[in-house]
Design a binder for this molecule. Structure first.
Ligand code: IMP
Length: 429
């Protein structure tokens, strides 16, 4: 059976570790959305590997890792990651392990420059999204404008490619001074031949490739990035990323929708919640609702090393939000959950879970609020759970917490992660 793996919260749930675990029994690992805004930290034998673009299945030598059609790819980050993995002896010949869809859109220096400039301009205002500054939003924007440059375009004739680049740049004359725009264009053109040389042996048509792999009985693991609550349609809009992070997106962004028929969808969540960037978080430990929560949040950040793998920003910390998790399970089509990082809370005392949002007039929300204006004033209703000293299914207190999650959200917790190392994970069901 194929598996779709998703973040069930606001990203940074520990997806990389679960992908690494499931890759043991997968033949192909496919990224289907997002770009190098993701950051997966993997610990194997005391050694840390951080991946932003290349699927986390790469550390298992038998897997083929695919960058799908729905990803936006920054060529220089991609090449840097390949070089680092080669230096770490993960593989010698990249094209034997990594394939790249010819339809993947490129993040060019123009996109990253736009992302950074816009966020700088919006700093201190409601328009500040707190993006990772990696050009993700602008790349998806130019894709939707039908002005994007794709991997396959690099292999067109030079005049044809230049025409596409001109079209892309023509929409952004207003955004930069002429000299600056010329510099950005020069930077792009300078590297194209180098990118082509590296990409050429890796480029595939994902539909043909995955169709053949499926016929040959290969097992596919689809690796999601970010999380359901950052989904462009269903997340806490507008404080979201620019791609679709829910289950069905794996079919579209992976290039072979037939592969997700009958697949199981596994959502990854932490025992608590975090988010980076702007936007309301109902259960954030800000000292508004529970005495001592600010200090607890600081301890969790420290013990859980809750700093962005991509930007290094401190993550915002909150109590487990079962209202958001249940919504994520339903909207993303999640069949099973993995709960990660329960070990971080060991010995920190009793813990709270949010089981309802109330409106300022005291009436309950009967569904997940669509507007951030509503989330900003929503009042969390908490229940207390007994703290635990060990975050494994053998610990009765932790097990009671996992059962509470299952009962509330309506799907089983099948995996439990209790430490950063590869072996610190248990199959529960
Ligand atoms: P963008 O994806 O860089 O455009 O950022 C949009 C929002 O998504 C911001 O709040 C980011 O902090 C958040 N975001 C993007 N990627 C990740 C991720 O991998 N983990 C957590 N948050 C992310």
């Amino acid at each position: 059976m194929n598996t779709i793996l998703l973040g069930a919260q606001w990203g940074d749930e520990g997806k990389g570790k679960v992908v690494d675990h499931l890759s043991e029994t997968a033949d192909l690992v496919v990224r289907f959305q997002g770009g190098n805004n993701a950051g997966h930290s993997l610990w194997v034998g005391g050694k840390k590997t951080v991946l932003h673009l290349i699927p986390s299945g790469i550390l298992h030598p038998h897997t083929i890792c695919i960058i799908g059609d729905g990803v936006v790819l920054d060529p220089s980050v991609f090449i840097r990651e390949i070089t680092e993995l080669q230096a770490a002896n993960v593989f010698k010949v990249a094209s034997e392990r990594i394939k790249l869809s010819e339809r993947t859109h490129l993040i060019l220096p123009l996109h990253s420059a736009l992302d950074v400039a816009r966020e700088k301009k919006a700093s201190g205002t409601k328009g500040h999204i707190g993006t990772t500054g990696r050009g993700i939003g602008p790349a998806y924007e130019t894709k939707a404008q039908r002005k994007g440059v794709r991997v396959a375009d690099l292999f067109l004739s030079r005049p044809q490619l230049l025409d596409k680049i001109e079209t892309l740049f023509s929409g952004f004359q207003f955004a930069f001074a002429p000299l600056e725009l010329a510099e950005i264009k020069e930077k792009t053109l300078k590297d194209i031949d180098y990118w082509k040389k590296i990409f050429a042996p890796m480029v595939i048509d994902t539909t043909t490739y995955l169709h053949a792999a499926t016929k040959a009985g290969k097992k596919i693991l689809f690796e999601g990035a970010q999380g359901v609550m950052l989904d462009m349609d269903h997340g806490t809009y507008p404080y979201v990323t620019s791609s679709s992070t829910v289950g069905p997106s794996a079919g579209i962004g992976g290039g072979y929708p037939a592969a997700i028929k009958g697949a199981r969808t596994l959502g990854i969540a932490k025992a608590y919640i975090t988010r980076v960037g702007s936007g309301p978080v109902v259960t954030e430990m800000l000292g508004k609702h529970v005495p001592g929560e600010v200090e607890l949040g600081e301890s969790i950040r420290k013990v859980g090393q809750e700093f962005g793998a991509t930007t290094g920003r401190p993550r915002r910390i909150g109590w487990q939000d079962l209202v958001a998790l249940k919504y994520a399970v339903q909207v993303a089509g999640i069949d099973e959950l993995a709960i990660m990082k329960g070990d971080v809370l060991c010995g920190m005392g009793d813990f709270r879970v949010c089981v309802q949002y109330k409106k300022p007039d005291g009436s309950p929300w009967d569904h997940f609020p669509p507007c951030v204006e509503d989330l900003e004033v929503a009042i969390p209703v908490y229940e207390s759970v007994k703290g635990w000293t060990e975050a494994t299914p053998e610990n009765a207190d932790y097990e009671a917490y996992l059962k509470k999650i299952e009962k509330f959200v309506g799907v089983p917790v099948c995996y439990v992660g209790f430490g950063p190392e590869r072996h610190q994970m248990a199959v529960r069901k």
